[in-house]
Write a protein that binds this ligand. Structure first.
Ligand code: GLC
Ligand code: GLC
Length: 799
């Protein structure tokens, strides 16, 4: 089972929209997410991970140690003690060899099944819609032919709410922990006596035979999760935690006849109470809401119904865009995993994954705007709210906070603003939303500045100042000043840091008189400026203003052609001193991907052949076996004038890694240039369903990662930073719009495919319309416009 030479650890089950992991010793924890509203969980294929409500930093429910050894220790563990053998259905933490193991990651749920010595444990984990909890349905079956008496233990460890101070302020933490035990439920109420109005609980639908809430009693001071002393002794300490480390564990003494099954339902929940309703007696917490939740999952039938509702939720969402082609990897990516990942990145932004600790970053201004492109067709109402939330963190001059905290929705002062691409993404997100929904009304929504009541102006005004923020901040070549950084957080041209204790992102040691300009923002400005002008025309905006927008866009195009072209490709930037970056003149970092992507999407200099040349350069210089690298040649040493980009070893992250996020920019550029073969090849290279070597890829083969090690790296093809990445929304946009050619417009769908796969069928819901399209490609690159009309339409298109 733990054959380290294996390179297949699982497979897709398309019919169930599941990924099935058959070997628990995956090359890295392969995780899934649960939750659809504000209670969320991360769960690995061995049931590791944690959950939180609303905010992964401030409302962390389970403790999780990112730097632990072994990694991914801690989660929701079920232990079975059967004679002298102790095992877990998910293999970890005991790692007792199992007779059978399977983990199915599905849409918002994970099901782990283990079997040992004639006993099968099937644990279904999910977060039900409408409740702030995880439900764990534990089904035990005697698969042998002798009666079995054994014990089942549950186990979770509580985080003391603030995930950050939980791992640093021990002088306080080790004294604050408090619990209550009532009926079948173990409550965690640390800090509830003072300012918190929330507690957590772990309950079960039947009477238990023993329990523990103190970690030391349950595990033993010198043991790890793999050897809890109570489990090995077959006992419980019935401990009541006072300080130290509170946990929750139930014990059950069970007997099963051959063929018989037992089902236990555990609920791991979170409750908020109004201040005046916190207590029912001095020191006794008000448990009413927890009891309601416990009663909601008291029977198998209730769990089945809640699970069916979750399935129905995803069936509905994933019924909105379905492709049927001859390429199964394409179909499963489009129909299931890419859309699913778009939802997850929308919910989490870049906050909590197995590469993001949940305490570092909140919601990114640019990130969350880009994420919208992946979900506007799925959850338009939530997209609308998100746009308003994001815009509310803008400043009156069009600049904005780079990040905001989901709990408070306030801009993050530690990071501040000054990233000069940020404002334009608000236009990008809003346009994507209106094209999908036709909801022009959002433009009239009053939106404050920096969340200050009384400062509201319309969303449209916010878009105008976003646009103006670029034209108000032009450099010596008429190109956009870069500020702290543009999309590439690591191209820090005003930072000049030689102090390892300062942040590359937030430090500007020199700004005054900077000539640092960005060709990436220039391309973004032209593309989004055109979209903005089209939107303005559509709402009959003041003609003089529209003309000005168009003129600014035209001027930017001229500036790019004049100062942004290097002969074979678009330059990347000018540095503080006005020297070129991403030019053949440079020793390293001659070609960069971002400006090729944005300038070709903006079709700058297309008639003069610049786009085709730039796209050829992507193929000639950036493309490698696993995708296109961000820049080449990689920087081999630290360059103070450029900042963090040159801090990364060659082939990793922003220094010549395959930064998957920007590959789709080139893919879309290729498709706009009608270069279907190139577009398709680039797409297949970064799409995980096409990867063959799972051991090399290391991270989950069902989701995109932010970065795959590039050609200069030690191990090209090794993936990192899976799940939370703009790659999800951008590959979605690339495959659904540019390749499969379904482009939402204000008045209908434009069908303009560019993918060398012959005939395929698309079922697409669009507002109140449902289109069933058979698309027959003739290779001539034709297109068709389908005006929006509510109801069902079946069309056969030969293009
Ligand atoms: C990360 C950030 C994103 C940035 C990118 C490139 O993905 O979340 O904001 O654009 O890195 O540096
Ligand atoms: C680092 C990463 C980059 C990320 C940034 C966020 O610079 O390399 O990808 O966007 O941190 O602050």
């Amino acid at each position: 089972m733990r054959d380290l030479t294996m390179n297949t650890f699982g497979h897709f089950d398309d019919s169930g929209r599941e990924y099935v992991i058959t070997n628990p010793a995956t090359p890295w924890p392969w995780i899934n997410y649960m939750g659809t509203e504000d209670f969320f969980s991360l769960i690995s294929n061995t049931a590791g991970g944690y959950c939180f409500c609303k905010d992964a930093k401030f409302r962390r429910i389970l403790r999780y140690r990112y730097n632990g050894v072994p990694m991914d220790a801690g989660g929701r563990y079920y232990y079975i003690k059967d004679g002298d053998t102790v095992w877990n259905p998910g293999w970890k933490p005991c790692k007792t060899e199992l007779d059978a193991y399977e983990c199915r990651h599905g849409m918002g749920y994970t099901r782990v099944t283990g079997e040992k010595d004639g006993l099968k444990a099937d644990v279904l984990f999910f977060v039900p819609i409408g409740h702030r909890c995880e439900v764990h349905r534990v089904r035990l079956t005697n698969t042998g032919n002798v009666r079995k008496s054994f014990q089942l233990y549950s186990f979770v460890e509580w985080c003391l709410w603030n995930a950050s101070t939980d791992m640093e302020n021990f002088q306080r933490n080790l004294s604050t922990g408090q619990v209550e035990i009532d009926g079948n439920v173990l409550y965690h109420k640390t800090e509830y006596r003072e300012r918190r109005d929330h507690y957590a609980f772990f309950g079960v639908n039947r009477k238990f035979d023993g329990f523990d809430t103190d970690r030391e009693t349950f595990i033993g001071l010198y043991n790890g999760f793999e050897a809890p002393q109570q489990v090995f002794a077959g006992t419980s300490g019935n401990s009541v935690a006072h300080g130290w480390s509170p946990i929750a564990s139930h014990r059950f003494d069970l007997t099963l006849e051959p063929g018989a099954s037992e089902e236990l339902i555990f609920v791991l929940g979170y409750v908020e109470n109004a201040p005046e309703e916190k207590f029912v007696a001095p020191g006794v917490i008000n448990k009413a809401k927890a009891q309601v939740m416990m009663r909601a999952f008291a029977t198998g039938a209730q769990v089945d119904a809640a699970f069916a509702a979750l399935k129905a939720y995803w069936d509905d969402l994933l019924g909105r865009f379905i492709v049927a082609s001859d390429v199964p990897e394409l179909d499963r990516t489009v129909n299931v995993w890419n859309q699913y990942q778009c939802m997850i990145t929308f919910f989490f932004s870049r906050s909590a994954s197995y590469f993001e600790s949940g305490i570092g970053r909140g919601m990114g201004f640019r990130d969350s705007n880009q994420d919208l492109a992946g979900i506007v067709h799925l959850i338009p109402d939530r997209a609308r709210q998100r746009i308003i939330d994001i815009a509310s963190t803008q400043f009156p001059d069009g600049g904005c906070y780079h990040q905001y905290q989901p709990l408070t929705k306030r801009g993050n002062n530690d990071i501040g603003g000054g990233f000069n691409d940020d404002p334009l993404w608000l236009i990008f997100g809003t346009v994507a939303y209106i094209r999908e929904t036709g909801d022009f009304g959002i433009l009239d929504e009053p939106v404050p500045f920096d969340n200050k009541p009384g400062t509201e102006v319309s969303l449209l005004e916010h878009l105008k100042i976003s646009f103006a923020h670029v034209t108000d901040n032009l450099g010596p070549h008429g190109l956009p000043l870069i500020g702290r950084a543009d999309w590439n957080d690591c191209l820090n041209l005003n930072c000049f840091s030689d102090n390892p204790d300062e942040s590359f992102q937030t430090t500007e040691n020199k700004t005054e008189g900077s000539k640092a300009e960005s060709l990436m923002i220039a391309g973004l400005f032209v593309a989004e400026g055109r979209d903005f002008a089209e939107l303005l025309e559509r709402i009959d905006a003041d003609k003089a203003y529209v003309d000005k927008v168009r003129a600014d866009v035209a001027a930017m195009e001229e500036a790019v052609k004049k100062y942004g072209w290097d002969g074979e490709w678009f330059l990347r930037a000018y540095d503080y001193y006005g020297r070129k970056i991403g030019s053949d003149e440079c020793e390293e970092g001659k070609v960069f991907i971002e400006s090729q992507g944005w300038c070709t999407m903006a079709r700058i200099g297309a008639e003069e052949g610049l786009c085709d040349k730039a796209l050829d350069s992507c193929v000639n210089y950036l493309e490698c076996e696993h995708g296109m690298v961000l820049n080449t040649p990689a920087y081999t040493h630290y360059i103070k004038d450029y900042g963090e980009i040159s801090s990364y070893p060659e082939g990793y992250k922003e220094n010549a890694g395959i930064f998957c996020h920007n590959n789709p920019w080139v893919i879309i550029g290729e498709a706009m240039a009608g270069r279907a073969e190139d577009a398709w090849r680039h797409y297949k290279k970064i799409t995980p369903a096409f990867t063959k070597d799972q051991a090399l890829r290391k991270v989950e083969p069902y989701v995109f990662c932010q970065m795959v090690a590039g050609k200069d790296a030690e191990k090209p093809g090794e993936g990192k930073n899976s799940w939370l990445t703009g790659t999800a929304a951008w590959t979605w946009k690339a495959v659904s719009e540019a390749l499969l050619g379904i482009k939402p417009q204000y008045d209908g769908l434009l069908v303009e495919p560019c993918i060398p796969i012959g005939t395929y069928r698309i079922r697409r819901r669009f507002r109140d319309a449902e289109y069933d399209l058979t698309i027959r490609q003739t290779g001539k690159g034709g297109k068709a416009f389908i005006p929006y009309k509510p109801g069902k339409q079946v069309l056969d298109l030969t293009l």
